[in-house]
Structure formats: structure tokens, C-alpha cells
Write a protein that binds this ligand. Structure first.
Ligand SMILES: [Zn+2]
Length: 309
């Protein structure tokens, strides 16, 4: 198969503080090459392992007058790979994780919020919305409350602080479940689905078209003949290299200078935790399972492991 490789270095500064250097690999490749299908020794070993019953526990997270359940599948106190599903409307992700965790070590933490991307809660006589993936810093919480609640800015300072405090405490409880106690070698994998809203514009295409979604991009590898909705976002250059060698769509986050949007990825980079995000179109269960398996084949294969950034 002929393969044309075009590498372009683009320096985009507008709207990207600080100036972001993108190494964009636009590749037209064999359509047969997709998410890795071949059986590696790590995958064969994982599939040979007996299916394990996955225990479940529930934790209550309070915010204002409301409370939400965080479901833990497996035991995060022991596991070194913590999978996290924060958006309740992304229903393929938990299903994919149940299949993946039959064969791979790890645990899943899922915020139970059926059909909803955002969390709605009551405080006093008002209702507020926030994105549970923007609660991992106070600055992120404040930005997100302003963005999602048109009346938030009209509150007096004291009431605004009260709302921010509530959401920040929710984020701290979430963070403790995800990252404490800190298992040696802990890795965090956020599992997301896109295409859950009719007008949702998230995809690699929109990113390349400069209607950017990610804030902290160091490099990206994009194959136009793969689905633009299925991609990895990672903060470890070695993991990025390994995924790029497999010719998969991947973004490397600039973990040295992350812009604080309160997301789990920024929290992990600042805390020195290796982080990956697996994005798959809603409903594409098999694809998401393959992507989860592929990441673990890379991480679990001796010699490909590397220290956290
Ligand atoms: Zn999501």
C-alpha cells in the first residue's frame, strides 16, 4: 500500500495562551490499518486470564441540597489503573469498561447522573449547573459556573463564593476517590463519548479547523482516514509515541504548562500522574473496548513502560 506522509509544523498563537506548537501529522494510509487488531503477547495473556466477577461499591457526593452516587467497579484501593467516567450521558463508556475490566487489572469510577452531561443542584432557592470535568481546581469551578449559569455573575460576591465552595468541595471529594490513597504507579484513564448532543462539534476535524477544543496541546497525530471522533489524549510523550507508531489518532498534552480549566487532565499533569483520555463516538462499543485494550497493551508490555511526566 502506498503511504503519503505529510508533516507540517504549525505555530498557532491566536487564542492559545501560551503559544502552542502543533506537530500535525496528516497521514493518508492503508484503510486496513486501524485500531490495532493483532494479538500481542500482552493481549493474549489478558484474554487467557479467567473472567473475574467485578465487585461494586457506591459513594455519596453531596453538593448543595443534592447528592450524587459515585459507583466504584472493582477495588480502586488496590488497582493501579483508575478509569473514570464523569459524564452521565456518555453511556457507551461504562459498558466498554465492563468488558475491558474482565481482562485487565484496574477499577472504574462512574458518576451516576443518567442522561446528563452536567450536574444540576439546588442551593438556597436557586438551581445551578456545572460540568463534573471542570471541578478539579477553584479557578476551573468559577469559570465553569459563569459559563453555564447566566445569572451567576449577578449574584453578590458572598453568594457567588458560597456556590463556588459547594462545587469545589464536590470536586475535592471526587479527586479523593480518583487519586487517594495514591497507589504506586497510579495511572488515570478518563473514558468519554462524543456525539451525545445533536449540535456537538467535538471531533479531530473541528480541532484541526481551529475551533479548538483542547487547551494544552504539544503535538498531535491525525489520520484523516480514521474516524475523527475516536482519539486518545495523553500526557506522557512515551505513550504518545507508542500510539503514534500504531498510527492511531492521538493528542499529546503540554503537561509542563497546562492552562488551568479545572479538568481532570490538568489536575493529573500537575500532580505528576500519568493520564490518558479515550474519546469514542457514542454507541461505538467495540471501538472503545479496542482502544482501552490497546492502551493497556502498550502500558503492560515490558519495556514500553515509562515514568510519569
Ligand atoms: Zn465526557
Amino acid at each position: 500500500m502506498s503511504r503519503h506522509l505529510l508533516r507540517a509544523c504549525l505555530s498557532w498563537t491566536a487564542g492559545w495562551p501560551p503559544a502552542v506548537l502543533l506537530l500535525l501529522s496528516l497521514i493518508s494510509a492503508s484503510p486496513a490499518a486501524g485500531i490495532a487488531q493483532e494479538t500481542s503477547p500482552a493481549k493474549a495473556q489478558a484474554e487467557a486470564a479467567p473472567r473475574r466477577p467485578l465487585g461494586e461499591k457506591s459513594f455519596r457526593l453531596h453538593v448543595g441540597r443534592d447528592a450524587f452516587t459515585m459507583r466504584m467497579v472493582g477495588d480502586c484501593g488496590e488497582a493501579t489503573t483508575h478509569y473514570v467516567v464523569l459524564h452521565g450521558s456518555e453511556e457507551t463508556a461504562p459498558a466498554a469498561l465492563r468488558q475491558h475490566l474482565q481482562h485487565y487489572e484496574g477499577c472504574a469510577l462512574e458518576l451516576v447522573n443518567p442522561g446528563q452531561r452536567w450536574v444540576s443542584f439546588r442551593l438556597g432557592r436557586r438551581k445551578y449547573l456545572f460540568d463534573p470535568n471542570r471541578v478539579f481546581s477553584r479557578a476551573g469551578v468559577e469559570q465553569n459556573l459563569v459559563w453555564l449559569n447566566s445569572r451567576f455573575k449577578r449574584l453578590n460576591r458572598r453568594n457567588r463564593q458560597k456556590v463556588v465552595d459547594e462545587v469545589e468541595q464536590f470536586g475535592q471529594a471526587l479527586r479523593r476517590l480518583i487519586a487517594e490513597p495514591r497507589t504506586p504507579g497510579l495511572r488515570v484513564v478518563a473514558v468519554h463519548n462524543n456525539g451525545t448532543q445533536p449540535n456537538a462539534s467535538f471531533s479531530f476535524e473541528t480541532f484541526v479547523e481551529r475551533h479548538g477544543y483542547f487547551h494544552n496541546v504539544q503535538a498531535l497525530h491525525y489520520r484523516r482516514d480514521l474516524s475523527p471522533y475516536d482519539l486518545f489524549l495523553v500526557n506522557n510523550p512515551d505513550t504518545y509515541e507508542a500510539l503514534m507508531r500504531r498510527d492511531l489518532n492521538v493528542v499529546l498534552e503540554d503537561s509542563a504548562r497546562p492552562v488551568d480549566d479545572g479538568s481532570l487532565s490538568v489536575f493529573c499533569s500537575r500532580a505528576g500522574i500519568e493520564y490518558a483520555n479515550i474519546e469514542t463516538r457514542i454507541g461505538e462499543l467495540d471501538t472503545q473496548v479496542r482502544m482501552l485494550d490497546t492502551l493497556r497493551e502498550i502500558w503492560d508490555t515490558p519495556g514500553s513502560e515509562s515514568p510519569a511526566p
